[in-house]
Design a protein around this ligand. Structure first.
Ligand code: GLU
Length: 415
């Protein structure tokens, strides 16, 4: 039987990174097994907010590189079918009317159990499970009913979801039994915590996919990082491409204990991915990111900055300030006027204007002044880039061009 899984977001608010991790595990598993991965929106209404959230969910998943098979399904579309099944259960005395609502009759004895692919054997005593409302008096079927109904209809073989759903599972299994359906495999993924051991929330850092995107994470790096939240290939491998993740993923190696979202590790990993990009891919990513930020710097110049920044950035959101000097005026800096004047004189004859030519002129200047390179280059950097931190000095001067470099040095000398 071929694997069929589903990602089942509730379209409320923004897409939380924990939910995305759950979807990713479904997707990795489906792709590895050559199975199907469905996207089912668990909506209870169709308001404008819901429609926006659905768009946002799809955008976020697409950006991350997660796709799905077939059209997006909406839980609300199966409400009629769920109601019919509830009425059938009433006729079979497996459910009953109560104040206009329909309640599911739980078995009164024995246990309901499953072998969780992550957490092992789990069982609940039926006598402790309340008879649950499956259709409200207003005619709306409830989540704990529609969800297993949809899973049955869609032929879902593996229900891979967050551990907060463990407590729903016994009821959903009993409902499936009442409807004559067997059990799928359940895999309940561990929670994701912040560094303080509390459930990951905004207090810890970004939690919405949109924010990660704005902060300039590279989607394959984020995917790699998310895959390691609860799953590992071995004790040591961290950097894995999408195809390696698909090949290596297994539910057996998902741990049951919560995993901590380590923002520093994510930044490190993002840096590893960024450094590994070729010029063209880096530039395309950068230009796309800048467009998303509403920054319309000339593409050609952005491309020219790539070799200067590639080794230095962990996230693109540090890029604009880092290279702004190459795109905008800098305020005349309070840099040592004598050094700036001397640099102005030393750089005048440099021709052609290349990083090598600039470097040799400035190194001779330092010698001439009897100074170490650091104290010589610092004021020049400040004058030309407006900052103490910049990409490599010689490359930066080359990038802004001779005229601008000299103008800025002169302005600093005058300031
Ligand atoms: N809609 C549920 C959620 O957002 C998922 C339920 C399930 O996967 O069965 O947590």
């Amino acid at each position: 039987m071929s694997v069929r899984v589903r990602m089942a977001p509730s379209p409320t608010g923004f897409l939380h990174i924990g939910g995305v991790r759950t979807f990713l595990f479904n997707w990795l598993y489906a792709r590895q097994q050559g199975g199907a991965c469905l996207l089912r929106i668990e909506n209870t209404d169709t308001s404008r907010e819901v429609i926006e959230a659905v768009d946002q969910i799809q955008d976020a998943l697409r950006w991350l590189g997660v796709d799905w098979d077939g059209p997006v399904a909406f839980q609300l579309d199966t409400a009629d079918r769920a109601r019919e099944l509830a009425e059938q259960l009433v006729r079979e005395d497996k459910a009953y009317l109560d104040d206009g609502a329909i309640r599911f009759r739980q078995p009164k004895e024995g246990v309901v159990s499953w072998e969780d692919a992550v957490r092992g054997h789990i069982e609940f005593r039926n006598e402790l499970l309340p008879d649950l409302v499956i259709v409200r008096s207003d005619g709306h079927p409830t989540y704990n009913f529609v969800s297993p109904v949809d899973d049955i209809t869609d032929g879902i073989t593996h229900v891979i979801r967050g551990e907060d759903h463990v407590s729903n599972t016994p009821t959903q299994i009993n409902i499936r039994n009442a409807l004559g359906a067997g059990q799928p495999v359940y895999a309940h993924l561990p929670n994701i915590l912040g560094s303080d051991g509390k459930k990951l929330s905004k207090r810890h850092g970004a939690v919405s996919v949109d924010v990660f995107r704005q902060q300039g994470y590279y989607a394959p790096a984020l995917m790699n990082f998310l895959a390691l939240l609860g799953w590992s290939f071995d004790e040591k491998t961290t950097v894995m491409s999408e195809s390696e993740l698909i090949e290596r993923f297994s539910l057996e190696r998902v741990g049951a204990s919560p995993s901590t979202f380590d923002y520093q590790k994510l930044d490190w990993m993002n840096g590893v991915y960024l450094r590994g990009l070729d010029d063209q891919t880096y530039a395309a990513f950068l230009l796309d990111w800048l467009a998303g930020q509403g920054i319309d710097w000339p593409a050609e110049r952005v491309r020219e900055t790539v070799p200067l920044v590639r080794e230095k950035l962990e996230r693109l959101d540090t890029y604009p300030d880092f290279v702004r000097f190459a795109f905008a005026e800098v305020a005349p800096a309070a840099a040592d006027p004598e050094i700036c004047l001397a640099a102005h004189a030393a750089l005048g004859p440099v021709n052609p204007w290349t990083a090598e030519g600039i470097e040799s002129a400035l190194r001779s200047l330092a010698e001439q002044l009897g100074l170490k390179p650091g104290p010589t280059f610092g004021p020049i950097r400040l004058a030309v880039t407006g900052s103490k931190i910049s990409p490599g000095l010689f490359e930066s001067l080359e990038l802004v061009g001779k005229e601008t470099s000299l103008t800025r040095l002169a302005a600093a000398a005058d300031a």
